[in-house]
Design a protein around this ligand. Sequence first.
Ligand SMILES: *Cc1c(COP(=O)(O)O)cnc(C)c1O
Length: 391
Amino acid sequence: MKPETRLVHLGREPQRFEGLVNVPPCRTSTYLHDSVAAYQAAAADKHGRLYYGRFGSQTSLALASACAELDEAAGAVLFPSGLAAITRVLGCLLRPGDHLLMVDTVYGPVRAFCEQELTRVGVRTSWYSPDDLVALEALVRPETRVVYAESPGSLTFEVQDLRALADVARRHGLVSVVDNTWATPWFCRPLALGMDISLMSGSKYLVGHSDALLGVASSTEPYLAILQQAAAHYGNAVSADDCYLALRGLRTLGIRLARHQASALRVAGWLAARPEIAEVFYPALPGDAYHAIWQRDFSGASGLLGVAFHSDVTERQRHAFVDGLALFGIGVSWGGFESLALPGQAPRRLPDMQPRCRLPLVRLHIGLEDPGDLIADLACSLANHIPMPER
Ligand SMILES: *Cc1c(COP(=O)(O)O)cnc(C)c1O
């Protein structure tokens, strides 16, 4: 079956639910068992059987199995948010005294988690550049346990060489983890590139309608028990209603992402040709610094991109540009059907990472609107608020 066909059938079992096309939202805490023996059998396989709502419902098990299949993983575990998936998994992989290698372009709240929560429990973090695997390898210590990637990086969209990174990890006995939220497993399958664990904020494209929060962690066989432990020991639970929304979003993931990609590519190309713009960060754009590696490892690009103005554009002008957009909402998160814009400032620790983010940035999410309308809106606000560079 081709991927589009699989997307329609993943996780569905109409015969089990009296012909219902969709697995319904099965709200429950308690499952009743026919006998003590049946209860004990369920207790012995809490993650696979219907035992107690905290471990899973028919709805969450259907979604988890669909996610595992999409990711070509041994299994997937759901979390109440993307950040919960990331922090729970890191919490289960790291012990006091351990060392973590973290990419400098990581999503801001993960940076805060490393600096505050991990530091508090005695885990040290070293920051590495997404572009320099030689420097990364030099940071490995005897107590290094995990190498964490995010590709492309938040706000500045550096694509990492995950195959090479996975090789470094394997050579040094490290667990390799990647945040794959931007591409989703529809456009990139990190486990097939050699990574051990792939994480995704399902709040973005999986749910796809800006109406639920969800996190997904998928892994190869050796790490599946650790993911399940990350969920179970921390008392993780995901609501059946949110899983239902994610399963509904999943059915249209392919066509939505195709449209996000086509529109984002058109908008990015238009922006890149504008004299008021210094650079567009969108790996699918020919000419992007990461285009070749994106082409090698990804089968597509989503709708999120970065726009860098010339260095003399003031914060006030940048904010006026965002305020002046009529079709782009101002707000965090992305991956829904609607376009969004936010001014951004990427904090970086490493000096070689700073040039790309020192330029004044705006992050755009290109939604499912007509791309011509979006371009007209961008053109109007650029003309009103961003000066032409002097020649
Ligand atoms: C949004 C996001 C997260 C966090 O996801 P939530 O579901 O909002 O907790 C993690 N990583 C990346 C790259 C994100 O964009």
